[in-house]
Design a protein around this ligand. Sequence first.
Ligand code: SAM
Length: 228
Amino acid sequence: MKRPFPQLIELPAAPVNGNPVSGLTSIHAARRRGPYGSAKYRGNCGGYLIKDLITYFRARRVLDPMTGSGTCRDVCRELGVPCTSMDVRYGQDAADPHLYEALPPVDFVWLHPPYYRQIVYNDDPKCLSNAPTLDAFLDRMQLVLRNCRSVLNRHGKIAVLIGGYSHHGRYMPLPHLLVERARREGLWLACTEIIRLQYGNTSSTKTYRSSFIPGLHDQCLVFERTTR
Ligand SMILES: C[S@@+](CC[C@H](N)C(=O)[O-])C[C@H]1O[C@@H](n2cnc3c(N)ncnc32)[C@H](O)[C@@H]1O
């Protein structure tokens, strides 16, 4: 079995427009992760997409309900934007509405959940990576979206980074399923989905006997309220 050559791809030209963030298009291809969070934290993402979105949406207060190693927290610190971070590993369940009661309104939420059971983070039943079924995962994600929406300013945005993967031979189209759950919570896509190319994925160095089309990206879905 041969490892395919990584091909250099040239992105299509983007139309000139008023977007102040150079290079922010529907494809995000940052090869480096930047000095944010920890590369050793499984399933982590780099900081540049978060930085681009916070800058583009001019966010002045951020909520990061599943902080992991703190990539979003570190980006906010650099930008001088106040950020509230939580994680179930510190005993904070983002699906619990009580956690949000004392929070000030925010205008940007960065939500990077487990991709269902792709990586199991711990054995806490409240951790979304322990959801017993796909529906249970989506039900709890819907609760998290409801909670985030409850503290969102009128023009605020919720950015969810999530990707699909195969679970016991069945493909899990998590971004697509989540769009429907968000709609039920009065949330709608605020812009194009952003395809984030995943450089340095653990799986990209592995060899598999089975045949499949490798997924090299996840998606960032940016939601806003349908009614303001
Ligand atoms: C994909 S990782 C996030 C990585 C993060 N972007 C970083 O900078 O390292 C998903 C995180 O969600 C957390 N998590 C899972 N279920 C949760 C819940 N119910 N409430 C809060 N955090 C949760 C996990 O502990 C894990 O840290």
